[in-house]
Ligand binder design. Structure first.
Ligand SMILES: Cc1cc2nc3c(=O)[nH]c(=O)nc-3n(C[C@H](O)[C@H](O)[C@H](O)COP(=O)(O)OP(=O)(O)OC[C@H]3O[C@@H](n4cnc5c(N)ncnc54)[C@H](O)[C@@H]3O)c2cc1C
Length: 459
């Protein structure tokens, strides 16, 4: 153990160290695990030392990018945490519209580095989420209807595999590994550097439109019909929420439960306002906030509402059609949303996401139109118990109207069957690639795909 410490350049933190308690914590405060060793890696060499050490000692290895995994896969009990959070180097090639970002970057880091050149790549809607977990799980956000998933914009990646090698994964090098890390999560290795394709994105027309709760059914119908014809440059998601007691919301709405459509368009700003007209005029709305803003401002709009250290419990599903029966279930359960940080969101999964085939990458669900997530989030750990029941009851009511399988990055610990369903027809191929690159399942602190040799995986 002591010679291991002298080999790494990053910080090695053990249970007896003063910073241990802070370092073991992840974003979801409901996760309370105690690793035997936390290494805040400084570079690729540190990552390789850690992987070799974990494999040789038979330790669980939890890989932490941004630490946002709701089931807490950025930490573990008794094993080693390989924390990439200090590895935040970014290089933007403006001419070729490419960014290289180290595995510990958050979306806010990458958006900041590319926005100065009027460029961006699809990422999640919270700036503090890690590019590592989000991209390897698929990754969608406001830009996805126009430019696809985060993983669809990956050109190549540097990957430390379970045997301690550093491999390039791309369409031409280790292409099976490249296929697997685009949706297969952290199962196949640790991505120390991502190379992303960038797109021209500078200012966006964005913001929420709030509607009265007694119109929730009609607003859900409006959202469904609007998304059917909205151009790809225009993204929007539906939400039930409690209005936060802070600007820009007027005091008269503070603490009120409402429904909302959150808009974000990367198209011409005046045209976007015109496209949003049916949303702006319906109701009429309680409040209409969309306006032009810099893209990174949109990306961090909800960061203060959702800081590190709240208690989370989520359930989610993909949705092929937002049926009238599903809308009736939303109208029944959505208004009981428990806290200002909690939410029901229905995100679009169409447009450019459908341009990639179901077996072109590990991310299989290329035919669904939406993904919904019911999230109970609270600063009070005791309150999470009854709120969990709200999530489960709501999800149970929606599940018969959902597609099979969920988005792996929205799964809690829900068992092997849910994981297999979430990979649909790609699961066997993933199991075989897992066997090739990680036969001993060193990378098992994740939505785990068990290694199965190619022949039996296919049989
Ligand atoms: C508030 C909030 C908002 C979110 N919004 C969105 C959204 O808009 N769109 C969306 O698609 N998802 C969203 N998510 C889900 C998010 O994609 C997952 O939580 C994701 O796992 C977070 O990645 P991370 O690196 O922060 O997490 P971590 O907890 O650090 O890691 C999660 C998993 O990814 C693996 N991993 C992390 N980094 C690497 C790496 N460099 N190489 C290999 N494996 C790695 C880990 O092993 C672990 O299994 C959101 C989550 C939260 C909490």
């Amino acid at each position: 153990m002591s010679s291991f410490g002298s080999q790494v350049r990053g910080r090695v933190i053990r249970p007896e160290d003063a910073e241990y308690d802070r370092a073991r914590r992840v974003y979801n405060a409901d996760i309370d695990l105690r690793p035997s060793l936390i290494v805040q890696c400084a570079d690729v060499a540190d990552v390789i030392y850690c992987v070799n050490y974990a494999r040789e000692q038979g330790l669980s290895a939890a890989v932490r990018g941004g630490g946002h995994s709701a089931p807490g896969f950025g930490t573990c009990d008794g094993g080693i945490v390989i924390d990439l959070g200090r590895m935040k180097g970014i290089r933007v090639d403006v001419e070729r519209r490419i960014a290289q970002a180290e595995g510990g970057c958050a979306w806010g880091d990458l958006d900041h580095a590319t926005h100065v050149f009027g460029l961006a790549t699809p990422g999640g809607i919270i700036a503090t989420t890690g590019i590592g977990g989000l991209t390897t799980g698929g990754g969608f956000g406001y830009l996805s209807r126009r430019y696809g998933l985060a993983c669809d914009n990956l050109i190549s990646a540097d990957v430390v595999t379970a045997d301690g090698r550093l491999l390039v994964a791309s369409a031409t090098e280790n292409s099976d590994l490249f296929w697997a890390i685009r949706g297969g999560g952290g199962n196949f290795g640790i991505v120390t550097s991502f190379e992303f394709r960038l797109h021209p994105v500078a200012h966006v027309y964005a913001g929420p439109i709030l509607y009265s709760l007694d119109q929730a059914g009609e607003v859900l119908g409006l959202f469904r019909d609007f998304m059917r014809t909205a151009p790809r440059e225009f993204s929007a998601f539906f939400a039930f929420l409690i209005v936060p007691p802070a600007p820009p919301f007027p005091e008269s709405l503070h603490g009120k439960t409402v429904c909302a459509i959150m808009c974000a368009s990367t198209g011409d700003l005046a045209t976007a306002e015109e496209i949003a007209k049916p949303l702006r005029e319906f109701g009429p709305p309680l409040l209409c906030l969309p306006h032009p803003m810099p893209y990174p401002f949109l990306q961090s709009l909800f960061d203060r509402l959702l800081p590190h250290g709240l208690h989370h419990y989520w359930k989610a599903d993909f949705v092929t059609e937002l049926t009238d029966d599903a809308i009736a279930a939303h109208v029944k359960f959505g208004p009981a949303i428990p806290t200002v940080q909690s939410a029901l969101h229905i995100y679009p999964m169409d447009g450019a996401i459908h341009d990639t085939g179901p077996d072109d990458t590990a991310f299989a669900h290329r035919d669904v139109r939406f993904v919904h997530i019911i999230a109970a989030v609270t600063p009070d750990p005791a309150a999470l118990r009854p709120q969990r029941q709200w999530v489960r009851d709501y999800w149970d009511a929606l599940h018969p109207h959902s597609a099979s399988g969920s988005y792996v990055n929205f799964l809690m610990e829900e068992g092997d069957e849910r994981i297999a369903q979430s990979y649909s027809g790609n699961h066997q191929r993933l199991a075989a690639i897992k066997h090739k690159y990680d036969p001993e399942n060193v990378f098992r602190v994740n939505q785990n795909i068990k290694p199965v040799p190619a022949r039996s995986a296919a049989s």
